[in-house]
Design a protein around this ligand. Sequence first.
Ligand code: ATP
Ligand code: MG
Length: 631
Amino acid sequence: MSSYAEFYRRSIEDRDGFWREQAALIDWQTPPQTICDYSKPPFVKWFAGGTTNLCHNAVDRHVATRGDQPALIAISTETDTEQVYTFRQLQAEVQRMAAALLSLGVGKGDRVLIYMPMIAEAAFAMLACARIGAIHSVVFGGFASGSLASRIEDAEPKVIVSADAGSRGGKAVAYKPLLDEAIRLSKHKPPAVLLADRGLVPMDLVAGRDHLWAALREQHLNAQVPCEWVDATHTSYTLYTSGTTGKPKGVQRDTGGYAVALAASMKHIFDGRAGETYFSTSDIGWVVGHSYIIYGPLIAGMATIMYEGLPTRPDGGIWWQLVEKYKVTVMFSAPTAVRVLKKQDPAFLSKYDLSSLRALFLAGEPLDEPTAQWISGSLGKPIIDNYWQTETGWPILTICNGVEKAPSKFGSPGKAVYGYNVKLLDDQTGEELTSANQKGVLAIEGPLPPGCLQTVWRDDARYVNTYWSSVPNKMVYSTFDWAIRDEDGYYFILGRTDDVINVAGHRLGTREIEEAIASHPNIAEVAVVGVADQLKGQVAMAFAVLKDASPLEDPQALLKLEGEVMKIVDGSLGAVARPARVRFVSLLPKTRSGKLLRRAVQAVCEGRDPGDLTTMEDPAALQQIRDLVKV
Ligand code: ATP
Ligand code: MG
């Protein structure tokens, strides 16, 4: 048996022994009394009775051994600033922020909503909340008033931490007016707002409510705020899912389980070592930003890069320039970002010394083969796809390089990660699919490992009903993703369970059809949805973005392209999978986190209301589709 197979087996069969060992990767004030309490399934308590603190583990514990090493590297190509905070400096800033929050009345268990651009103060705020046992709820800075208002209502924060503005492509994007409007819309009114003034956009302050960070920081310059030791099960934060399939769900996370899960993942998955630099290109508004910009790297004693700016400004080499400058060893990004870089001059990839980099991790959406091939060929480094969810907080499927260097397979995020008892189930009967290459729902047998969601914020019933009741005859956690597993134990994600389409009795994952279509040389990106059809039950409809858009103006050329695409699908999947139509658009509707909003496309095609669109990036994309299907 390979060492990973053995490692995995032990994590499932000797669960308590395995996680007791992992728990030693973090500092505890009092050691856990129990490792895993699963007496009330599906609710699980990890490391109950143990007391610890996320901020202590991320910051304070490193000060004695590596106080003068870099911890937070805040870079903005928007404002042309670059500031390195050592662990000691970070500890001081976090204490100032913690003191400011305390002075505004925040206590243990109170919520603090963080609506911030990618600036160092956002990290201070998250860590300061963890330090005093307050629960943070970070809302992506790109959201407008409506989305923000509903999150304010749900979190009922004592304080909102925000800034005058973000910046994108060199243009300031004012936050304060959006925040004021959101507070006006919300039933809950936060008693205090703490604002970082970057000097980008003038702000109108509300007397008695709004406070400037610079002023409070000055007052608390020498603040000493000890870490509040909290129970392992104490809620550290809440965070919303991306809203790809519907109304976002408020994920609630614990403290001890999360810290242990992250510490273990830094070692076994990312293979990142103390003193090195980690660069995740995500945003603190997403789960990747929580786990792998802020907490994971810092817990591991690594420096973490927080980057505000586009991947293409000042030019398409900026990320690689940072890798060279800060000797980044581990990098984490998303396929959507790689597709952006693919359009840039490939010379940028050979311009810098990337010898420090060990691997590039990608997650968030399916990594299509052309994108994987391109980045792997251009970088000459291992590209490691990893599959997980906001709910789980860390990878479910990947290659655990820190345990055993195993090969990746294109199109597969890899094998089940230790701790996750992953199953493929028949969605009609709930039966486990044990042979290779069968399609089923990807599910996790309880208990979920440390680090995963405790529940849906303030809604235990929704947690049980949504996640644990969707597979017939079984109480298992459903990921709502559809997958197959090959004979070597590698999984392939075929799409969301909602996106499985049924054409005349044949069940097809939209991802399979999309992969086939994307192999056409002139197709950059494509969305396939199932549309109700009287005769066949459902038919596939494809909406594609062209690499070379010149045929868009020429109906004859488009018809020819449509025929070519259908032929490709016929050849690779068979005529059942052939889309009824292939339409061409200049962009596809996506969430702010870059995921295809297939359910909205499907609703528009079927003439239905597309539902909650508050997380949509650009409404024009959906309008194009509406216009196309109308005629
Ligand atoms: P919502 O749950 O609100 O509908 P969402 O599922 O997009 O939104 P996230 O938690 O951000 O919210 O995304 C997790 C989902 O992203 C997974 O369930 C899966 O569908 C997809 N995903 C993540 N990583 C990968 C990957 N490596 N390969 C394929 N799909 C992935
Ligand atoms: Mg989801």
